[in-house]
Design a protein around this ligand. Sequence first.
Ligand code: PGA
Length: 267
Amino acid sequence: MNSSKQSRAHNSSYLFVANWKMYFSYNTAFSWATTYCKEIAQIIKDKNISFIICPSYDALASVAPAITKENLFLGAQNCSSNEHGAYTGQVSVTSLQEIGCTYALVGHSETRFYEHLENSDLITKITLLRKHNITPIVCIGDTKEEYENQKSIETIHKQLEPLLPLFQNTQNTIYIAYEPLWAIGAHTVPSKEHLEKICTAISQMFKNVTTPCPTLIYGGSVDEISIQDILKVTQIQGVLVGRASTDFQKIKTIVSLVGKRSLRTQV
Ligand code: PGA
């Protein structure tokens, strides 16, 4: 199932990645998914949007049976950098694949912070995910201080540079999510100019590494209002949505606005 379903996701025009963080428990994630997934599949039908739901680890298996439609996908919020063994509390990429995940977030600022994630761990996670046909969504982002001191691009460079060799010949099977830390859960999004500057800087970095440039996603306070500005940035091919992705009404509005945008780039 994975490879054929995944190849269709790569052909969609826009990605909606729902990062449920730890907003739902096992039971509430299950009931949300069984109540709304069918309807979500229906509203994104014909819009060429792929919808990836990333529940917490505990809820992955309970949400998986609701991901039955072509345009819906299951994603994990993280994975272990170890293949198997004595790693208390960790979840292996093998398990994620067995449950049916075809995407996984890595390097989210919240996991970077709690795990003290090193570049070497990130590289191992990406490598393991690719080995198991799971598309890594690599999260990067600047702090408020870096942004205010005009160091955003420098930070992005520092975060991506060690990962560049991994992108060689990957034919767009690793995505990048720009998530400024100062925008996450903050009711504020960067200006169009800032986002364009970041996207251009990332494209430049990949110029001699892989063609096309990896799919770029934006995350941080995306909701039914801010999506209108984000959609103006044509290099951005998807959104990573936290809080608002738990609210079906907000999802409906965001998806209908995304559907109206004329989309030229294929993800
Ligand atoms: P937010 O979170 O949409 O609640 O700001 C985004 C994220 O952290 O992925």
